[in-house]
Design a protein around this ligand. Structure first.
Ligand code: ADP
Ligand code: MG
Length: 347
């Protein structure tokens, strides 16, 4: 198993700095997602780790050894791309075996590994088909098999599911997660989709504008973003400016008690929409109660999101659609202190 370390890595293209000073410490067997909007530098980072680009500054280490100058063919990494790049005139078998052939692996060993890997990706029954006779998900599994058969010490995937429809993407995510856990292979997965990153990864590295904005577990990123931009990117809808002193936050529509004192310079609070309770009567014994009126209702099947007007602000509240409350109804909102997160900066 292999650890991957990036130390102060920078990449310039001419006078343009695509990546500035990124530090990442990826544990052996960990699945890390590189997440960020298009153009933020995800592919460039992946290509440097693979050895397809040389960093302008900094170091990349595998298992503590500096590989910054080691060319791609000597790094033993496996790459899977969004475009499967399968050979159309070769069967599944031949496509999967191709990587071994160019590496000069002997016939007997190649045949053994082929059986193993076809089992792993569940493609035994499709082994004699050509790419045109496969679904998108099956083609992607061939592409993964072709990479895995070379026994890479680090597996890298660049938006591998972007071409698949929603349902198939979900299946392939679970497939990749399961496979990665069984094999215990250190994996770096690039995506611009925060849901995909949270579902797949042990930790997520969010990159904005060539800079590492936060590197944390999905749970921490979602509940405790370190900036307004991260909160926004992770889909937070309730971020409000607040005057914070001690454990009290004064918002336009009320004063909330926080769980402990946030750091100096905190100027906003985030209330996750699903962390807010909606009451039809004024609740007794609840903390942080605010009065409002339901202004909008969006039905998503299992869930409903209400837009609740509270003193000129709209607070979004999401709950299960076991009950449906009418627009125009006066309501009370409450939120427990440990569910309120203070953030530096303002939206
Ligand atoms: N070979 C290159 N020459 C010049 N600029 C590049 C090159 N490759 C990438 N860039 C620029 O670097 C930035 C990051 O690109 P990229 O890593 O592909 O982003 P992402 O994968 O996050 O969409 C973009 O502004 C892109 O235009
Ligand atoms: Mg890219």
């Amino acid at each position: 198993m292999t650890t991957v370390l990036l130390k102060g890595v920078r990449k310039d293209f001419g006078s343009f700095t695509a990546i500035s000073n990124i530090d990442l410490d990826i544990a052996s067997g960990e699945l890390v997602a590189l997440l960020g909007p298009s153009g933020c530098g995800k592919t460039t980072t992946l290509r440097m780790i693979a050895g397809l680009e040389i960093p302008s500054a900094g170091q990349i280490c595998f298992d503590g050894k500096d590989v910054s100058e080691v060319p791609v063919q000597d790094r033993n990494v496996g790459m899977v791309f969004q475009r499967y790049a399968l050979f159309p005139h070769m069967t599944v078998e031949k496509n999967v075996l191709f990587g071994l052939k160019v590496r000069g692996v002997g016939k007997t060993e190649a045949a053994e590994r082929l059986e193993e890997i076809l089992d792993v990706v569940q493609l035994q029954q499709f082994r004699h088909r050509f790419p045109a006779q496969l679904s998108g998900g099956q083609m992607q599994r061939v592409a993964i098999a072709r990479t895995l058969i070379t026994n890479p010490s680090v597996l890298m995937m660049d938006e591998p599911l972007a071409n698949l429809d929603t349902k198939l993407r979900g299946e392939m995510r679970r497939f990749i997660r399961d496979l990665q856990q069984r094999l215990g292979i250190t994996t770096i997965f690039v995506t611009h989709d925060q849901i995909e990153a949270m579902e797949l990864a042990d930790r997520v590295a969010v990159i904005f504008d060539g800079k590492l904005a936060q590197f944390d577990t999905p749970d921490t990123l979602y509940k405790h973003p370190n900036s307004i931009e991260i909160a926004d990117f992770m889909g937070a809808t309730n971020v409000f400016p607040a005057q914070i002193s001690g454990n009290s936050a004064v918002l336009e529509f009320g004063t909330l008690t926080l769980n402990g004192n946030p750091p100096e310079g905190s100027q906003s609070v985030m209330l996750r929409s699903e962390a807010i309770d909606l009451h039809l009567e004024q609740p007794e014994g609840a903390q942080n109660v605010v009065e409002g009126t339901i202004a909008t209702r969006d039905f998503f099947g299992a869930n409903i999101t209400y837009g609740v007007t509270c003193g000129g602000n709209t607070v979004n509240v999401t709950e299960q659609s076991r009950r449906i409350v009418d627009v125009g109804r006066p309501v009370w909102l409450s939120i427990s202190p440990e569910r309120i997160w203070a953030i530096k900066g303002t939206a």
